[in-house]
Structures are given as structure tokens and as C-alpha cells.
Design a protein around this ligand. Structure first.
Ligand SMILES: Nc1ncnc2c1ncn2[C@@H]1O[C@H](COP(=O)(O)OP(=O)(O)O)[C@@H](O)[C@H]1O
Ligand SMILES: N[C@@H](CCC(=O)OP(=O)(O)O)C(=O)O
Length: 374
């Protein structure tokens, strides 16, 4: 993907971060929002389908509730998000209405995306909305989530959305010009990276998880989001939402922000869904033979190759597989709950039935439910 190819793309996810959307924490910056809407309308006129992932509900809720500082208690954050989401959506709806464009609100949790049925439902809904020329506006459903099932930051949510709809481009708009080789808030000599392959290992180290006062995740979650997005072949642009006409400039191939080129082998839709599970319920440690089988022969994981396990997982839940050196090898959905798996570890599959009294499958993790880690 080169910048000049951006004009030929068809489907974009545009993520607008808290750091940008909020007026120094005093609610939404409606003027700026209006300008982004204008640019999205211009993209749509060029035939691009756009999905927005927008933060800002907590900041708007704080203003509406008259709170001067961001609460730390989860229930207060949830209340603020719930009050503020009304204002956020209202702002987008009224701006798009001027152009006679319909908007649609989608609130998701990580749980929704890890449930295969709900995942497919969300995908169908978004695709249908795009067919009807509506602009879906996505945020995390903050009111129903607790820490362990949160995306936590909207960069991750935006990347999973890009996977969900096989977007060509993910634009992460933030308050910096793009990815610098060091945190520009701390190092005035930091240099902007204009382009990098997403597989480059050093870009993770450049990106600090320290964000501004309002954002969450900093640049680190943006780089990780670009890696996730690359699983569906999606190119990521990290750029400043403060730059006038930024979306239009990017579309035209102008040199703004950082282009992170997807150079990894794209995963199938089902593998993307598997890889998008953020929470694993258990760990398996594999012997060398099993690691080689998974990596080189594309085989299922049999219990005989598993040395030990940890965690209280149930059948159908996500487990992470490690090699003997502790490096993650793969992740997948287990056919057996932890208590049963413990009994069949290291045993040949023909013994499963006599040990457990039944057999669910001869593999512990079937190949179709397994994805190799990078
Ligand atoms: N290498 C880097 N390049 C650019 N910004 C960085 C880098 N490392 C950390 N940051 C910080 O990340 C911030 C953006 O992240 P964040 O505040 O979470 O924004 P958002 O709300 O848009 O997601 C920047 O303001 C900057 O301080
Ligand atoms: N869902 C929350 C935002 C999550 C968040 O702050 O994300 P980010 O824009 O990545 O810093 C909200 O709308 O306020």
C-alpha cells in the first residue's frame, strides 16, 4: 500500500480520540467535530464507506453533570459515559443531518465481539447500514462493562472494527502529527515517522503508553491497533485531527501523519475473530513436538503435546499456548474444560474416552479454532 493507493480504497474506519474531541476536558469540541463531519461527507462523495469510532462520552458527561475532574470510580465513569453518549451522538446526528446523511449508534463491549453469534450480528448490522448509506458511530458500551471485559481504549475497538468489516484503511486521529520515534511530550527532538511496515519491531518501543490527560492508551495502543488492523490487510494512518482537512489530504495521498503498511499475511475472517479475543481464560504449555506441529504442519493441538496448564477455563473458552521458553505460540478455543484437560494432558487421544468416560474431540484445540501468534 502506497499513499497514492489511498484514493482507490473503498472502506474506511475513522477513529476520533478523546484527546481531540474534548475541549480541554470541558465537553465536546463541537466546532472541530463539525469540521470532521464535513470531511467525512467529502469522503462519502468520493464513494468511500465510512465507519466512525468516536470517544468523548465521558468528557461530555462530566460537563453535563457539572463535574470538574474525571472521576476514578467505575460507577461514576459509567454514569458520565451514559449521560455524555447522548450529547455525543446528538452532535454527530445534527451535523450529518445538514447533509441529509443518516447516522447510527452502535455500542459494543468486548464480550459482544468474543461471542461468535453476536459478532456476526454486529457485522451484518454494520454492513447493512453501509448499504443504506448511513454512517455507523461506534463507542464502547461503557455502562455495562467492568475492567476485565473492557476494550479499555478506543484504538483497540477501532482495530477490531476494521477487522470486522474488512476495512481498507483505519485512520486514527489524535492530538499529535503521528507516531514519533519518541514521546514528543517528553522529548522535543522526537522525529515524526512518515511511514513504516507494521511488522517493524522497533515501532512498539517508540510508542509510549503515556497519553495526554484525557486520552487512554497513548501511542502504544495505536501501534498495537495498526498491527491488529493489518490482520485484515487494513492500512493504518495515525494523524492529527487538528490539521485542517486532514482526511481529505490523506485521501489525496498527501504526506501527513504516519502510514503503517500492513505487510503481515492477512488472516481469514474466522482467524481474525479468534485473534480478537482479548481475554484468555487459561494457559497451556506445549512440548517442542506440539509447537512444531502447530507452526509447521497446520495440525490441531492434541493433549499428548501439552505439558501443563493453568486457569479455570470452560469448554469453548480461549486458552493461550506457550512454548517451553514461555513464548506465546498460538491461541484457540478449547474442547475440554480445565478439570478434564488436566486428566488427559500428555495422554494419547485414543485414551481420552477411557479416562473421561466420553470423548468430545480427539484434539484439545481444533485447528479451525486456533490461530498462530506473531
Ligand atoms: N512515540 C510517540 N509519538 C507520538 N505521540 C506519543 C508517542 N508516545 C506517546 N505519545 C503520546 O500519545 C498521546 C496520544 O494518545 P492519547 O492521549 O491516548 O490520545 P487519544 O485520546 O487520541 O487516543 C500523545 O498526545 C502523546 O503524548
Ligand atoms: N468510551 C470512552 C473513551 C475511551 C477512550 O478514552 O479512548 P481513547 O480515545 O482511545 O483515549 C468515552 O467515550 O469517553
Amino acid at each position: 500500500m502506497h499513499r497514492s493507493d489511498l484514493k482507490q480504497t473503498r472502506r474506511w474506519v475513522v477513529k476520533i480520540g478523546s484527546a481531540l474531541l474534548t475541549n480541554d476536558g470541558k465537553g465536546l469540541n463541537r466546532e472541530a467535530l463539525s469540521h470532521w463531519v464535513e470531511q467525512i461527507v467529502a469522503l462519502k462523495q468520493q464513494g468511500i464507506e465510512v465507519v466512525i469510532v468516536s470517544s468523548g462520552s465521558v468528557a461530555e458527561g462530566m460537563k453535563r453533570l457539572g463535574w470538574s475532574s474525571r472521576p476514578s470510580a467505575l460507577n461514576e465513569l459509567q454514569a458520565a459515559a451514559s449521560v455524555g453518549q447522548m450529547g455525543l451522538i446528538q452532535a454527530y446526528e445534527s451535523k450529518f443531518a445538514k447533509y441529509d446523511i443518516r447516522t447510527a449508534q452502535i455500542l459494543m463491549t468486548h464480550d459482544d465481539l468474543s461471542n461468535r453469534k453476536r459478532y456476526l450480528n454486529v457485522r451484518n448490522t454494520i454492513q447493512t447500514l453501509l448499504q443504506y448509506n448511513a454512517v455507523p458511530i461506534i463507542n464502547e458500551n461503557d455502562t455495562v462493562v467492568t475492567d476485565e471485559i473492557r476494550f479499555g481504549d478506543n484504538d483497540t475497538l477501532a482495530a477490531l472494527t476494521a477487522n470486522l468489516i474488512s476495512a481498507d484503511v483505519l485512520v486514527i486521529m489524535t492530538d499529535q502529527q503521528g507516531l514519533y520515534d519518541d514521546n514528543p511530550r517528553e522529548n522535543p527532538n522526537a522525529k515524526l515517522i512518515t511511514e513504516a511496515k507494521v511488522s517493524r519491531k522497533d515501532i512498539e518501543a517508540m510508542a509510549s503508553p503515556e497519553g495526554g490527560a484525557l486520552g487512554k492508551g497513548g501511542m502504544y495502543t495505536k501501534v498495537m491497533a495498526a498491527k491488529r488492523a493489518a490482520r485484515s490487510g487494513t492500512a493504518t494512518l495515525i494523524a492529527s485531527g487538528r490539521e485542517p482537512d486532514i482526511l481529505t489530504k490523506l485521501f489525496e495521498g498527501q504526506q501527513f501523519g504516519t502510514l503503517l503498511v500492513p505487510d503481515l499475511e492477512p488472516l481469514t475472517a474466522r482467524q481474525q475473530w479468534l485473534a480478537g479475543h482479548l481475554q484468555a481464560k487459561g494457559k497451556l504449555v506445549l512440548d517442542e513436538g506440539a509447537v512444531a506441529m502447530l507452526k509447521n504442519s497446520g495440525k490441531s493441538l492434541l493433549p499428548i503435546g501439552v505439558k501443563s496448564l493453568q486457569g479455570q477455563f470452560q469448554r469453548g473458552e480461549m486458552v493461550v499456548c506457550y512454548d517451553l521458553q514461555g513464548k506465546e505460540v498460538a491461541r484457540g478455543l478449547t474442547n475440554y474444560a480445565a478439570a478434564e484437560a488436566q486428566k488427559i494432558l500428555g495422554k494419547p487421544s485414543h485414551q481420552i474416552e477411557s479416562i473421561l468416560g466420553y470423548i468430545e474431540d480427539e484434539s484439545l484445540v481444533h485447528r479451525d479454532n486456533l490461530v498462530l501468534s506473531d
